[in-house]
Design a protein around this ligand. Structure first.
Ligand SMILES: [Fe+2]
Ligand SMILES: [Fe+2]
Length: 316
């Protein structure tokens, strides 16, 4: 499906003109795999295997990843079906979502590709950490009443597309990216400054673009909500949102941790800065579980070696 949306820029960089953004062509499995992760009931091994078999390049790459040291399988796998059986349908569907997004890599030249890959590393790290936090909550005493297996898959699926709007902006304006994001990190810019600059250049920020295009591509509503709210997790409840408040906060914490582990986009932050983020206190305050580890932030930072390895296997 190809979608085009028009925005009106009124900023200093491109005063009063219409800016049309085009959606790249993604494999149809992107939407299907995300939907399966968010609604895993009845997810069948053969259905997931069939999705992967649709593209021989993706199948080869996924088998390579499945056979990497990261997954530590005792025997090598050489079929999609066996990979799904051994790694599980949700894990493999998450891998497929990442591979489908990474197909855009060919649209960039040598100069602009590094920005796209940095963004994908940011997305993969955030997804890994979100799943880890959701799993930590699920396995805490009393946690499984509030966070089930479905939420764990959902946390990964929504986190990997949370900056979908930036993927669309990069695809449409690869040459502007350096001017837009390049020098921001010297200025320790806040997210509101970054969004203001996006607005100035394009007449829209990555939230608006992400929501518009993810809707056009019929992403599950919960993923659209993650895209909409990933920078305002402190808002109490998001009553109109289908994404549960606790999952928004998990995503905010994952985002904060990824940014302090060297996977920020566009800027990196220190661990101390991340620790002072309100999202960790919000997570602890939630009516989640009585026994959520008090040091959940610290425990999350301790996963850095796994995050590094995961990102290098998936995106490297
Ligand atoms: Fe992000
Ligand atoms: Fe963002």
């Amino acid at each position: 499906m190809q979608a085009t949306k028009t925005y009106r820029s009124v900023g200093e960089q491109s005063p009063d003109r219409e800016i049309a953004l085009t959606c790249p062509r993604f494999p149809s499995t992107l939407q299907k795999a995300m939907t399966l992760m968010i609604h895993p009931d009845g997810m069948e091994v053969s259905a997931v295997a069939r999705m992967i078999e649709q593209d021989s390049h993706i199948l080869d790459r996924m088998l390579q990843i499945a056979n990497s040291r990261y997954y530590g399988l005792q025997r090598s796998v050489d079929t999609a079906r066996r990979m799904v059986v051994l790694l599980g349908p949700v894990t493999v569907s998450g891998m497929l979502v990442a591979m489908d997004l990474l197909k855009l890599r060919d649209s960039f030249d040598a100069e602009t590709e590094s920005y796209f890959l940095k963004l994908m590393e940011h997305s993969a790290a955030t997804a890994f950490i979100a799943r880890h936090i959701a799993e930590t909550i699920r396995t805490s005493p009393g946690g499984s009443d509030l966070v089930g297996h479905q939420h764990v898959g959902e946390s990964f699926a929504t986190a990997i597309v949370h900056d979908f709007g930036r993927i669309i902006l990069l695809f449409n304006f690869p040459k502007h990216v350096d001017a837009l994001y390049g020098n921001l990190c010297d200025e320790t810019s806040s997210i509101s400054e970054i969004r203001a600059r996006e607005l100035d250049y394009f007449g829209c920020d990555h939230i608006t673009v992400g929501v518009d295009f993810s809707r056009a591509l019929r992403f599950p509503e919960v993923a659209v909500d993650a895209i909409r709210h990933h920078h305002d997790a402190s808002t109490a409840r998001h009553p109109q949102s289908t994404l549960d408040a606790r999952m928004i906060r998990v995503l905010a914490c994952a985002h904060s941790a990824a940014t302090s582990m060297g996977f920020g986009f566009p800027c990196q932050r220190s661990e101390a800065e991340s620790l002072s983020d309100g999202c960790w206190a919000d997570l602890a305050k939630l009516d989640l579980v009585d026994n959520l580890p008090a040091d959940i932030a610290q425990k999350t930072f301790e996963t850095k070696a796994y995050v590094d390895e995961y990102v290098s296997v998936m995106i490297g």
